[in-house]
Write a protein that binds this ligand. Structure first.
Ligand code: SAM
Length: 291
């Protein structure tokens, strides 16, 4: 077998051999630290029964470490220039499929059904391109894929927002959206020095463990999403004002106030103080009155 891809020396050799220039616009920051990769793989609890979906293999640093532990890896890469590189660097692994696609445009249900027929345990693992972190994570969660969880390297600031608790400065619509679908944990923070080129922001490994059933009962899931998004539209406004201006209309202000008092949530509170459970209560009560 070849030497591991994820060392500074080997990565530079590969990039030079192909005259490859990283594109910032595609979030191309390659991992060069085996220790970090081992931590990512361990955090995902990958076994030889696991099927892994990877987003953005780059030159294959993480893909290789995943393939060593997993039953199979299916990896989506948008940049055509990387296909011959990957063909070369991953040539000794038989359990990797590279798919040349924008992950945001693929039907992941179909890929899982077709590629993981013989697999009961599916994980998504990636060092994500930072310019599309949130859309990728929300796609993975909202599509309700048959996966156990997601372990990703992302911007530390986004990891903090996703894992945030009510009443903290990081808590917002993204926290609730993610925590509705999954249990969120920041596994570790990671310095820029483990990437080539180094990203401008700090990074962190985030683990999302997908919930088997939703943590709250909702009359209408889409309405719940509208309610908490509206509640955070202007962080300085009260719940009542945000809901009046961003969910319903001025004419319905009294109804909203009435509903809030009825469910014992002070209309003067701010969205950032409400728990997921309180947003569920609020969305169900409002739905009954106005929809
Ligand atoms: N996994 C490699 C590593 O850890 O060294 C590379 C990670 S790099 C941060 C992100 C990778 O995602 C790049 O290879 C980039 O070309 C790819 N990428 C960017 N946007 C993508 C998209 N929409 N769909 C699939 N891959 C994408």
């Amino acid at each position: 077998l070849n030497k591991d891809i994820a060392t500074p020396l080997r990565t530079k050799e590969i990039l030079e051999k192909y005259g490859f220039e990283s594109k910032k616009s595609l979030g191309q920051n390659f991992l060069i630290d085996l220790n970090i990769l081992h931590n990512i793989v361990r955090a995902a609890a990958i076994t030889n029964e696991t099927g892994v979906i990877e987003v953005g293999p780059g030159i294959g640093a993480l893909t290789e470490q995943l393939a060593k532990q997993a039953k199979k890896v299916v990896s989506f890469e948008i940049d055509q220039r990387l296909l011959p590189v990957l063909e070369d660097t991953l040539s000794s692994y038989q359990n990797i499929d590279i798919v040349h696609s924008d992950v945001l445009k693929v039907d992941l249900h179909r890929y899982i059904a077709e590629h993981f027929q013989d697999v009961n345990d599916v994980m998504v693992v990636a060092n994500l391109p930072y310019y599309v972190t949130t859309p990728i994570l929300m796609k993975l969660l909202e599509e309700k894929l048959p996966i156990r969880g997601i372990v990703v390297m992302i911007q530390a600031e986004v990891a903090d927002r996703i894992a945030a608790k009510p009443g903290t400065k990081d808590y917002g619509a993204l926290s609730i959206a993610a925590q509705y679908f999954a249990k969120a944990e920041k596994v570790m923070t990671v310095p820029g020095s483990v990437f080539i080129p180094q990203p401008r922001v700090d990074s962190a490994v985030l683990r999302l463990t997908v919930r088997e059933k939703p943590p709250v009962e909702l009359i209408d899931e889409a309405f719940f999403f509208r309610v908490f998004h509206a509640s955070f539209a202007n962080r300085r406004k009260t719940l009542l004002n945000n809901l009046t201006h961003n969910l319903l209309s001025k004419a319905e202000k009294e109804i909203i106030e009435d509903v809030l008092i009825d469910i014992q949530i002070d209309p003067r509170r701010r969205g950032e103080t409400l728990s997921l459970e309180e947003f569920a209560l609020l969305s169900n009560a409002l739905y009954k009155r106005v929809m």
